[in-house]
Design a protein around this ligand. Structure first.
Ligand SMILES: Nc1ncnc2c1ncn2[C@@H]1O[C@H](COP(=O)(O)OP(=O)(O)OP(=O)(O)O)[C@@H](O)[C@H]1O
Ligand SMILES: [Mg+2]
Length: 263
């Protein structure tokens, strides 16, 4: 029954490249005098392979919107289709599954499990997804290699630098091959060198075709995105494109060009 419902709202061929579609989404907290319109009517379509930066003043609704996109929260009104699936129609159990399979989340404070190794942190989403032990091991190691931490797999988070911890968080976010990577101020707690490392990593993931949405207050981060959205009072007030969806991310393209010139 639920399968039928889900497939009934699946995207057809014409919309297959749309990873995320929000239609007049609102999120309201409280009621009466204390009502907060955290998201006040957002329409947004994100194509597969796009790389978005989301900016806006504190309290403008960026994290609230991100939590809806990440299925951590439900819209008060409006529609949200993730990879063609209307998430409002899903039962909690299916939602947990979708979140695990289709979303990779990266937070400012890494949110790693403190008492377990880098390897175990990265392996965990695969364990939740029911992947067998051998495959789990292999995929977790590949993800840690991807973020250049193959030599730190047995380290606890407390034995890693901030930048390294965030790279573990990126490995954990990509290990399930999600449809979209969501990052809420991923470089907010990092020094400039670690910020450069994370941004290079995002560029590489974007160049490899991943869909990325990053909330940030930093111009340095914005330069890397293909598209920049600005929010104010729960609404999108500007939407600028810096590179085509299918193009390489702008800074990656520049550095590739610089390398080609140098060699
Ligand atoms: N659980 C909640 N209950 C009540 N109000 C909330 C809740 N979560 C967020 N808000 C309110 O919704 C508005 C948007 O908050 P949100 O966290 O999305 O802002 P933000 O753009 O991410 O800000 P920042 O840049 O400071 O992280 C704020 O006014 C906030 O106080
Ligand atoms: Mg926020």
């Amino acid at each position: 029954m639920t399968m039928t419902r889900t497939s009934a709202v699946s995207a057809g061929p014409a919309t297959r490249r749309v990873a995320i579609a929000l239609h007049n989404v609102t999120k309201t907290y409280g009621s009466g005098e204390t009502t907060v319109h955290a998201v006040a009517g957002v329409d947004l379509e994100v194509q597969r392979g796009d790389y978005l930066a989301v900016m806006g003043p504190s309290g403008s609704g960026k994290s609230t919107l991100m939590n809806i996109i990440g299925c951590l929260d439900m819209p008060t009104t409006g529609a949200y289709l993730l990879d063609g699936v209307d998430v409002r129609r899903l039962a909690e159990r299916q939602l947990v599954k979708i979140r695990n399979r289709k979303i990779g989340f990266i937070f400012q404070n890494f949110n790693l499990i403190a008492r377990t190794s880098a390897f175990s942190n990265v392996e965990l989403p695969l364990a939740y997804a029911g992947v067998g032990v051998a495959q789990r091991r292999e995929r977790a190691l590949v993800a840690l290699q991807r973020v250049s931490l193959a030599d730190r797999v047995d380290h606890l988070p407390s034995q890693l630098s901030g930048g390294q911890q965030q790279r573990v968080a990126v490995a954990r976010a990509i290990v399930t091959e999600p449809v979209v990577l969501l990052a809420d101020e991923p470089t907010g707690a990092l020094d400039s060198k670690s910020t450069v490392d994370i941004l290079r990593l995002f560029d590489e993931l974007s160049a490899a075709g991943r869909t990325i949405i990053v909330i940030t207050h930093e111009d340095e981060v914005v330069k890397h995105a293909k598209r920049v959205i600005r929010m104010r009072d729960g609404r999108i007030v500007s939407d600028q494109r810096q590179a085509a969806v299918d193009a390489l991310p702008p800074q990656y393209a520049l550095s590739a060009h610089a390398e080609a010139v140098a060699s």
